[in-house]
Design a protein around this ligand. Structure first.
Ligand SMILES: [Zn+2]
Ligand SMILES: [Zn+2]
Ligand SMILES: [Zn+2]
Ligand SMILES: [Zn+2]
Length: 169
């Protein structure tokens, strides 16, 4: 008896949907356990580190010599890894305030962990980010570092200008 082509297509689809394509590692087709915060690809535990998947690995190679602490020039190695199927760690070695690379030993003035939970299918995934602030941004961390301060100044300036024109028509 001949296979009904419509039925067999449906079968293929059903077989695939047990672990849908979106939930597979983009490198090895294993079940994806995390998502790279940079390229947003689904990745398994082995391929989650940036050096283990493209395009992040190539990008990482290209900018390796630029990844230096802006204060002392020490090379830094941004990293991300998975501790388990549902907990992932990301350390970008950059200052949250100004976005520049800073070394861990000398020029990370303030360091804290920030945890975000995202739902991926039925699982909750825990991403722990290492948030760093440099010497300059550390006192300003409440407003978001130098960039945040610039925003605050712009906002205050706009409000002041508006008030000025309101009271001096
Ligand atoms: Zn993989
Ligand atoms: Zn990536
Ligand atoms: Zn440094
Ligand atoms: Zn900074």
């Amino acid at each position: 008896m001949k296979d009904n082509p419509v039925n067999s297509m449906a079968d293929v689809k059903r077989r695939f949907s047990t672990v849908s394509n979106a939930r597979r590692c983009s490198e090895c087709r294993e079940e994806a356990l995390g998502r790279c915060p940079e390229c947003h690809k689904g990745l398994c535990q082995d391929h989650f580190p940036k050096q283990q998947h493209s395009p992040c690995a190539e990008h990482q190679m290209k900018i390796a010599q630029d990844q230096v602490c802006y204060v002392c020039g020490t090379q830094v190695y941004p990293d991300q890894w998975s501790l388990s199927k549902t907990s992932h760690f990301v350390d970008t070695f950059t200052c949250r305030g100004c976005g520049r690379y800073i070394c861990n030993e000398l020029h990370t003035q303030r360091k804290k962990d920030e945890v975000t939970i995202t739902r991926e299918g039925l699982r909750g995934h825990r991403y722990q980010y290492t948030v760093r602030y440099c010497d300059l941004c550390s006192p300003l961390y409440r407003v978001g570092g130098l960039k945040g301060l610039a925003r605050v100044i712009v906002t205050v300036g706009t409000v002041a200008a508006a008030a000025f024109f309101y009271f001096h028509p």
